[in-house]
Design a protein. Structure first.
Length: 250
């Protein structure tokens, strides 16, 4: 392992990584409790990587119950310095159509009551981290360049609205998110990105548009879970190709 080892946090539709030659699984205990599962160590496209399924390997942990602090702390202490976070989102603005891949460059946090900071106990001084640019621009550029090099229809930039879930939004809530300047909406972007920053990890999100957000898209009826699953599995084929392309360039 090198100090530039990369972690991939897999979300809905990515609970395992095809093509990852698994070398071992590591159970980690943290001062914040248990992570979503053991860390999977392996080799992908010739590079050592670590993988963690955000919702657990059986996809059983809902977004508001994920122990984000334990997940990020465990990865950091396993030795990684950078994180590519894969996450399903709903598309709000016109460019964010399913099953597109988007690399957001901003985020707004609408979540509550989640363990969202590592800086609350045993402090020698109150700590505020800068979060002006919530995503690592270098990592975003690597993702974007690799996506372009393999011909993916990927969108550069956009604001991610992190909502509490687990229910989806109302049409009025999505209207408000759009007025706030949000382009996509998901339930796991925060506090994950903020914790990565507190830990000094480079962090970028590869968002997969699983559906039009509530009240968006043609017809704008109810959100069909069948369509969500279909879009996610279609997009994950591309995400896997993207990860294999980007890992050797990082
Ligand atoms: N809203 C919030 N989270 C999501 C959505 C959505 O429409 N689709 C996938 N994750």
């Amino acid at each position: 392992m090198t100090d530039s080892t990369i972690a991939i946090i897999g979300g809905t539709g990515l609970t395992s990584l095809n093509g990852l030659e698994i070398t071992r699984r590591e159970v980690m205990h943290t001062p914040y409790g248990e992570p979503s599962g053991p860390i999977t160590h392996g080799v992908l496209a010739g590079r050592e990587v670590m993988f963690l399924a955000r919702h657990g390997y059986g996809h059983t942990i809902p977004p508001h119950r994920i122990n984000y602090r334990a997940n990020l702390w465990a990865l950091k202490n396993a030795g990684i310095s950078r994180v590519v976070a894969v996450a399903a989102v709903g598309g709000i603005t016109a460019e964010m159509y399913p099953p597109r891949i988007v690399f957001p460059d901003q985020i707004i946090d609408y979540t509550w009551s989640r363990g969202h900071t590592l800086f609350e106990e045993d402090l020698s001084h109150v700590t505020h981290v800068d979060f002006t640019e919530p995503y690592c621009s270098e990592l975003r550029q690597c993702l974007l360049a690799s996506a372009r090099s393999i011909g993916l229809d990927a969108h550069d930039g956009g604001t991610y609205a992190a909502t509490q879930g687990p229910r989806l939004e109302t049409r009025a809530e999505v209207d408000r998110l759009e007025r706030d300047g949000c382009d996509v909406v998901g339930m796991t972007g925060m506090p994950e990105a903020g914790l990565a920053r507190e830990l000094g990890l480079g962090y970028a999100t590869c968002a997969v548009v699983a559906n039009w957000a509530a009240g968006r898209g043609e017809g704008a009826g109810e959100i069909s879970m069948e369509d969500v699953e279909k879009n996610v599995s279609e997009a994950m084929v591309n995400v896997r190709r993207l990860l294999e392309a980007v890992i050797p360039t990082m």
